[in-house]
Ligand binder design. Structure first.
Ligand code: DI6
Ligand code: FE
Length: 433
C-alpha cells in the first residue's frame, strides 16, 4: 500500500506505557521475540504493532534494526531548576559539618545565595552554565524538561532565566515547559515584607512575563522559610486570571496544607510531599492533582520522613518522579538515578518509577501528546540496551541509552557510527554496531 514514513524502528521490544493494558508497563509489544515496530512521519507516531504485521510495501527513509533492544517513551523530567548561576558546594560543606538547610537559608544563604549569582549572569552566561547539565539529562534519553525561574526574583532577572530556558530548548533539542517560580524566596529588597513582595509579583511581574509568552505554569514554595498558604492562594488566583495552571512545592519540610491548596485550584501537581497528610492525599485524589516525588532532595538533605506512598497509591493519585535539579537541595542531573532513588528511598516499583518519568510526568505538565507510545503521539523515544525495563531503575551511574529520537529525529551514542554505516551502503542501522 506504499506507506512512506520518515523512520521505521524494527525488531524492538516496546514498553508503550499506555493504560490500555492493566499491566503498569502497558502493552509490552513484541516483548518475547523483539518483533515490534514503530513508524514515524512528521515527528509523530503513525504506526505501531508487531513487525510481522507491517503493511505490505511499507517503506521508510530510514530503517533501524533495534535487535530486540527496548523502546520506551523519551524521559520527561517534570520538575527542575536546571537554569541558575554559580553553585553551592560551600553550603554542602557546611551541611556536612552539621548545619541544617533551614539554618543556612535563615543566615541569608540558600536560595538567596543562588539569587545573587543568577542576577549577576547574562542570558548567554545562564545558557552556558546550564547547557552541560541539560546535556547530561538528554544523554539519558530525556526529551521533555520543565524548567523553573525563581533565582531572579525581580522582573529582569526572572525574564533572563525564562529566556535562557527557551534558548536551551532550541540548542539542546529538548521540549521545554517553563514555570514561573517568582514566589521561591523573599529577596533582600523585600526582607521582612513577604506580603508586599507577593503584591509586587501579582501586579508587576506575572502580568508582564505572561504577556511575553514566557510562562506555561505558575509555581511557588509554600514553607515556613518561604510563603504561607494565604500568600500562595493570592498568587494562584492571579495565575487563574491569565489562564495559567498552577503547581506547588508543598509539604517538603513541614505540613503547611499546601497540597490541599493546590488541589483547590485544580492544580497540575503538588511536589515533594514528605509531610503530606491524609486529608492532603484525599484532596489531591479528588482534584486529579499529580504527586511529583523528588527523591534527590530527600537524599541530599538526608531527610528521614518519606512521602506517604501507600496512601497515594491507595487513593489512586498519579505519581511522577523528577530530579528537582537545583544547586541547593538536589544537584542531580540523572533522570535514571532519580528513578533508582524513588525505588530505593520511597519504595516505588521499577514500573512505577518508569511510568513516573514518562506518562505521569507528562500528566504533571498537562501534556497529553507524549509520555506513552501510541499512534498520534509525538515521536519522542528512547531505545535502551537492556534486557528488561526494570534495569532502567536498577542501575546506578549506568546509562544504557542506545538511541534517542526527538520529534522523529534520531540521535544517540551511535549516531556518529551511523554515517560509517550509511557510507558502506547498508541502510539498516543497528544500535549495537
Ligand atoms: N525546594 C527545593 O528543594 C528547591 N526549591 C524549593 O523550593 C531548593 C532550592 C535551593 O535550595 O536552591
Ligand atoms: Fe524544586
Amino acid at each position: 500500500m506504499g506507506n512512506s514514513w520518515d523512520l521505521l524502528l524494527r525488531r524492538a521490544r516496546i514498553a508503550t506505557l499506555t493504560e490500555a493494558d492493566d499491566a503498569l508497563l502497558g502493552a509490552e509489544l513484541g516483548a518475547e521475540h523483539g518483533d515490534a515496530a514503530i513508524a514515524v512521519a512528521g515527528g509523530h507516531i503513525k504506526w505501531i504493532g508487531k513487525d510481522s504485521a507491517l503493511p505490505a510495501g511499507a517503506s521508510a527513509v530510514r530503517e533501524i534494526d533495534c535487535e530486540g533492544a527496548w523502546l520506551t517513551p523519551g524521559l520527561i523530567d517534570c520538575h527542575t531548576h536546571v537554569v541558575y548561576g554559580g553553585n553551592r558546594s560551600h553550603e554542602f560543606e557546611r551541611r556536612l559539618e552539621g548545619i541544617s538547610y533551614e539554618q543556612i537559608a535563615r543566615d541569608g544563604g540558600g536560595i538567596r545565595s543562588t539569587v545573587k549569582a543568577t542576577r549577576d549572569a547574562s542570558v548567554e552566561q545562564l545558557v552556558d552554565q546550564s547547557a552541560p547539565r541539560l546535556a547530561r539529562m538528554r544523554a539519558e534519553g530525556l526529551t521533555t524538561v520543565e524548567i523553573k525561574s525563581g533565582y531572579g526574583l525581580d522582573l529582569a532577572s526572572e525574564r533572563r532565566m525564562l529566556r535562557a530556558a527557551q534558548w536551551l530548548a532550541e540548542s539542546q533539542h529538548v521540549s521545554v515547559r517553563t514555570s514561573f517560580l517568582g514566589a521561591h524566596a523573599v529577596p533582600e529588597e523585600y526582607a521582612g515584607q513577604p506580603d508586599a513582595f507577593i503584591d509586587h509579583l501579582i501586579e508587576d511581574v506575572l502580568p508582564v512575563l505572561a504577556d511575553e509568552g514566557l510562562i506555561d505554569a505558575v509555581d511557588a514554595f509554600c514553607e515556613t522559610i518561604a510563603f504561607t498558604t494565604e500568600q500562595v492562594d493570592r498568587l494562584f488566583v492571579a495565575a487563574g486570571k491569565y489562564g495559567l495552571p498552577v503547581k506547588l512545592h508543598a509539604e517538603q519540610l513541614s505540613d503547611q496544607g499546601g497540597a490541599a491548596l493546590v488541589a483547590k485550584h485544580q492544580g497540575l501537581s503538588a511536589d515533594h510531599l514528605e509531610y503530606l497528610s491524609q486529608s492532603g492525599v484525599e484532596a489531591m485524589a479528588k482534584a486529579g492533582t499529580v504527586a511529583v516525588l523528588l527523591p534527590g532532595a530527600f537524599y541530599f538533605l538526608r531527610e528521614t520522613q518519606r512521602p506517604p506512598i501507600a496512601a497515594l497509591r491507595q487513593a489512586g493519585v498519579p505519581m511522577a518522579v523528577a530530579t528537582d535539579c537545583n544547586p541547593g537541595s538536589s544537584p542531580l542531573t540523572s533522570p535514571l538515578l532519580a528513578m533508582n532513588l524513588a525505588c530505593v528511598c520511597f519504595g516505588l516499583t521499577a514500573a512505577e518509577a518508569l511510568a513516573g518519568m514518562t506518562r505521569e510526568a507528562a500528566r504533571a505538565l498537562g501534556l497529553d501528546d507524549r509520555g506513552t507510545l501510541a499512534v498520534g503521539q509525538r515521536a519522542d523515544l528512547a531505545l535502551w540496551n537492556v534486557d528488561r525495563p526494570a534495569e532502567l531503575a536498577y542501575g546506578m551511574g549506568h546509562n544504557p541509552l542506545a538511541l534517542r529520537v526527538f520529534q522523529g529525529v534520531v540521535e544517540g551514542p551511535m549516531v556518529d557510527r551511523q554515517h560509517a554505516v550509511e557510507d558502506s551502503g547498508d541502510p539498516v542501522l543497528s544500535p549495537r554496531l
